[in-house]
Design a protein around this ligand. Structure first.
Ligand code: GLY
Length: 575
């Protein structure tokens, strides 16, 4: 579809999207199981990350005079060691940067499909989508982008006080000396054991000799990864994309049945892209453009919601309106968004106030049509939490919002022998076939079809909200399809509901992604609100959403950081 067809599409899909109201915000918003984030205040700099050792490494770089980009790069490499299920150099992600000079930019280091990937790569013999191929096989491995992305960010926007080697050094030490397994890694390894056990190169790092996973307190030593990081520190990013490391990566993927070659690695480039910009009630919203859907969908939802008085509306009505906005913007995601270097993505139209107004005119506050009456539904609830987000701010006025991932926890589960690199299964984020759901239940069409060199559509939403041109809120989250709605709710909780950051990060959330036609509500929203939604005909599933909105707020007296209490071990560190 092109831009000209958008209004017509909007009116058609809107009918498909009207669905019942939901939970209310403002009541019953604390789940004792989730708990409440602890706000950390500081004046000079702040890092909030999903793993504590890495967060401290970033804060140390800030303390030594580094800027937010230096610190983010150090955190990115450190988490490849300390948070191996999502921190990575074998995957990819996105970085949004606000510079003290006032400019905003982004680094797209999303994985790219190998040249041998085609529209048919993830289909079975009958032409149906084959999730085994796109999720559990080496065919799912995209060319990793993290090393190129972090190096590009540092080269262009680092302070110049540190070399790339300086910023990788703490990660090398932790990989070589080992770390005690703790917190979220200890929680996740039992769940991921079976997938890691499929490959001896993975099992020998993360499992014990008897096949059981490393447990809390066990030592995780990653000698091969230390050697790989040392080679990158000495030779720069090309040492990853060409030469012995690239040879080993390609060989490992080939022997596991995948198609990534040394040429795919050699030709990979991180791409600097203009940020997507929106405004919301006097704030500027700076977020990630395609190939992430995050920024466009977030701004589209905020534009729709700006037409309502969420701060004073009845709580149930405010929540209903928010979910109506979610459905519409996620429908647009499915139809229009993909790799902008391969398909025309109507970013300006989708993020315009006019377009939001057209959508808003279709919202009937009293009557909703279930989406399932108009589109095929997919009865699975989205999973998530396998990505990781960190936020950084410095005293100079720079801010970084970074989300990166292997897709699933430990990606496809394969460590390339001799490298210590855990490889992603990111290519499941393509639409293997129109309307075939990916692992997050997201459907897509031609815009996000697999193709050689193409980058699969993401939901990662690293975001920086500015007030009067300066950083105000730095946020983002893991969670697959949940991510965009998590960021939406943190922004609305802070701006409309006036919650302090710790409360906003901790508050139970809701999720709707158009298809399936289902609202997921976290425990902690009151039973009365859930009942109100159900009375309107909504399907509501109550369950925890595996997200982690590690965020920073810049207030008049300094920085406030809050690590999401949903992840054990997440930490806000300032100095
Ligand atoms: N792999 C999840 C995402 O990028 O949205």
């Amino acid at each position: 579809m092109d831009k000209r067809s958008l209004p017509r599409f909007a009116s058609l899909t809107l009918i498909a999207l009207l669905s019942p109201p939901l939970l209310a915000r403002g009541e019953g918003r604390l789940d004792p199981e989730i708990g409440q984030a602890q706000a950390v205040g500081t004046e000079h700099g702040m890092v909030v990350a999903q793993e504590a050792l890495a967060a401290r490494i970033g804060a140390d770089i800030l303390q030594k005079g580094g800027n937010a980009i230096d610190a983010a790069v150090a955190v990115g490499f450190a988490m490849a060691v300390t948070y191996p299920r999502a921190g990575n150099i074998g995957g990819g992600g996105f970085m949004v940067i606000h510079r003290a000079s006032g400019e905003d930019t982004t680094i797209d280091y999303r994985e790219a499909a190998p040249q041998a990937i085609t529209e048919k790569s993830f289909l079975d013999g009958q032409g149906n989508a084959d999730p085994q191929k796109s999720r559990d096989s080496a065919l799912a491995i995209g060319v990793p982008g993290t090393v190129a992305g972090l190096a590009l960010a540092e080269e262009k926007y680092g302070s110049g006080r540190f070399t790339l080697a300086d910023l990788i050094a703490p990660a090398i030490a932790l990989a070589r000396d080992g770390i005690a397994v703790a917190d979220d890694t200890a929680d996740a390894l039992p769940r991921d054991r079976a997938r890691l056990a499929r490959w001896p190169s993975s099992a020998q790092i993360f499992l014990k000799a008897d096949g059981t996973p490393l447990a809390a307190g066990d030592r995780l030593v990653q000698g091969d990864l230390a050697d790989t990081l040392t080679a990158i520190a000495k030779g720069g990013p090309r040492a990853f994309y060409e030469g012995p490391i690239a040879d080993r990566l390609a060989a490992a993927v080939k022997s596991a049945g995948g198609v990534m070659t040394v040429d795919d690695l050699k030709s990979y480039r991180a791409i600097e892209r203009a940020a997507v910009h929106g405004t919301y009630r006097g704030y500027d919203v700076v977020s990630m453009p395609p190939p992430s859907s995050g920024g466009v969908v977030l701004i589209e939802m905020l534009n729709i919601l700006e037409g309502y008085d969420l701060a004073h509306d009845d709580a149930a009505q405010a929540l209903f309106l928010m979910i109506e906005a979610m459905k519409r913007a996620y429908a647009d995601r499915a139809f229009f968004l993909g790799d902008p270097d391969r398909v025309e993505v109507p970013i300006a139209r989708l993020t315009s106030k006019d377009y939001a107004g057209e959508w808003r005119a279709t919202i009937d506050p009293a009557h909703a049509t279930p989406a399932s009456e108009l589109r095929p539904g997919h009865p699975t609830a989205p999973e998530g939490g396998n990505t990781t987000h960190f936020s950084v701010v410095d005293r100079f006025g720079n801010a970084v919002s970074n989300t990166y991932t292997l897709n699933f926890s430990y990606g496809v589960g394969l460590v390339a022998a001799g490298t210590g690199i855990v490889l992603n299964n990111e290519l499941d984020d393509f639409a293997a076939k129109p309307e075939a759901p990916n692992a997050y239940g997201l459907i897509g069409y031609e815009a996000n079809a697999p193709g050689p060199g193409k980058r699969p559509l993401s939901s990662m939403t690293p975001t920086i909200v500015l007030k009067d041109g300066a950083p105000f809120l730095i946020t983002g989250s893991p969670g697959g399809s949940l991510i965009i709605n998590v960021v939406l709710q943190v922004v609305i909780d802070v701006i409309d509901r006036g919650l302090d950051l710790a409360a906003a990060v901790s508050a139970p959330r809701v999720h709707n992604q158009w298809m399936p036609d289902l609202v997921i509500a976290e425990p902690g929203l009151s039973a009365g609100l859930v009942a109100a939604l159900q009375a309107r005909g909504d399907k509501v599933m109550v369950r925890r959403l595996p997200t982690s909105a590690n965020s920073i707020l810049v207030g008049p007296t300094g920085f406030i950081g809050a690590a999401d209490p949903r992840t054990r071990g997440a930490l806000a560190v300032g100095f």
